[in-house]
Design a protein around this ligand. Structure first.
Ligand code: FAD
Length: 385
């Protein structure tokens, strides 16, 4: 009997888990095809340890080709067009037809959307950028460090705050803290706003206890590299000596140009099943757009990409085996907040709770930092062994 073909677009956090789980759940004659353009997977949560010099790139990287050992058909090409009517994806090496499609292409970084970012900022959201930022910090003898969130939405709501805390700890360790200031500028009203004002106040308290300035609702219009200034919408200028930046994000081009895209370019999905407006097509992780109670959206984070991948794999497998799918994504998630000095905090909760997400921050401690180290090791072993 001829099997079905399930195509997964994107071999990042969500795509890797989806492909593994599909391979395990589907019948032997069904194919799992994973389309990924990069030969190497990078564990993004550890970019911040690259920034502090605690990790080398090879310690947080894995060869994507190892997925072939699990029976996943990895195709190393670029996805170009998602043609939902024809049930196929056009790639840099011809079309790939599918019976079911899982879109896991993530969010694209678009530094060019903020004039001056590429020239003036250290982009802490890529591995190369984190390495360059580490070198810049090494050569930094004192002055004003600005941590900038360029635009909303961006992935990992904790990362800019971790960047500020880890940088502050590093400057202290190097004995130059008294010669430096650290300030965070963000369009958000308070840190990690989806998790609610209490969480925001707690994270703000952690920053301020370490002498880190927090500047909410700052809409930076452009950056002037020569003058080393952030220029706000109202004309105010904020000088810096070292700029650690989160670049603007947008939906990847093949998604923006497809029938799946919503108004923002990201893909609206059913929050429980992750199915898009097109039958048989699912979107998971950063590329998906899920409104929550209170008017915000589910944060873009690996923990959600992972949970959603498990659900989608189960649903597709059940359906292809003629059963009624029953797995639902419940909106639960957790994240570590690295603070430096071998200490982290931990936030976890239910983002689908009504009338507002219920998320709790655990007291900072060494155990959460060790938990993140263990998770990093586990993740790279679990999917690439
Ligand atoms: C510095 C930093 C720290 C973070 N820390 C955390 C954390 O502590 N906890 C947490 O939960 N999340 C964290 N995240 C966020 C997390 O990494 C992402 O939310 C997660 O990777 C999203 O998974 P995804 O599968 O949706 O997308 P991705 O993992 O980004 O994968 C998308 C994949 O699609 C591929 N791709 C894109 N376009 C194409 C194309 N046209 N053709 C072929 N392939 C393509 C890309 O190469 C990529 O491999 C962090 C992110 C950063 C940058």
């Amino acid at each position: 009997m001829a099997g079905h073909t399930v195509v997964v677009l994107g071999g990042g956090t969500g795509g890797i888990v989806a492909a593994h789980r599909l391979r395990r759940e589907l019948a032997a004659e069904d194919r799992v095809v994973l389309v990924e353009r990069e030969p190497v997977y990078r564990f993004a949560p550890s970019f911040l340890w690259v920034l502090t010099g605690e990790r080398r790139p090879e310690q947080i990287s894995a060869d994507t080709r190892r997925l072939r050992r699990r029976g996943i058909e990895l195709v190393e090409v670029e996805a170009r067009n998602i043609e939902t009517e024809a049930h196929r994806v056009e790639t840099s090496n011809g079309p790939i037809a599918y019976d079911r499609l899982v879109v896991a292409l993530g969010a694209e970084l678009a530094p060019e959307l903020l004039p001056g970012f590429a020239e003036a900022a250290q982009n802490v959201y890529t591995l190369d950028g984190a390495l360059a930022a580490a070198r810049a910090l090494e050569g930094f003898a004192g002055g004003r460090v600005a941590v900038l969130v360029s635009r909303l939405p961006y992935k990992c709501p904790a990362a800019p705050y971790e960047t500020a805390l880890l940088t502050e700890a590093l400057l202290r360790k190097r004995g130059i803290r008294d010669r430096a200031s650290v300030n965070v500028y963000t369009p958000e009203p308070f840190p990690m706003p989806t998790a609610g004002p209490e969480m925001g106040a707690a994270v703000r308290g952690i920053l301020e206890a370490r002498g880190i300035g927090f500047h909410p609702e700052q809409a930076v219009e452009r950056i002037e590299p020569a003058a080393r200034e952030l220029v706000l919408g109202d004309g105010e200028r904020i000088p810096f000596d070292l700029l650690l930046g989160v670049p603007p994000h947008r939906a990847p081009a093949p998604v923006r140009e497809s029938a799946l895209a919503g108004e923002s370019g990201f893909v609206p999905v059913d929050r429980a099943t992750l199915e898009t407006s097109v039958e048989g097509v699912f979107a998971i992780g950063d590329v998906a757009s899920i409104p929550l109670a209170g008017g915000r959206f589910l944060p873009k984070a690996g923990v959600f990409a992972h949970g959603q991948a498990e659900v989608v794999a189960k649903r597709i497998a059940a359906e292809l085996r003629g059963r009624t799918p029953s797995a639902d994504f419940d909106g639960n998630g957790a994240c570590f907040l690295e603070m430096g000095d071998g200490v982290a905090a931990y936030a976890s909760g239910d983002f689908y709770a009504e009338p507002a997400p219920q998320v709790r921050l655990r007291r900072p401690g060494r155990q959460w930092h060790l938990g993140k180290v263990a998770f990093e090791r586990y993740w790279l072993w679990r999917w690439f062994r």
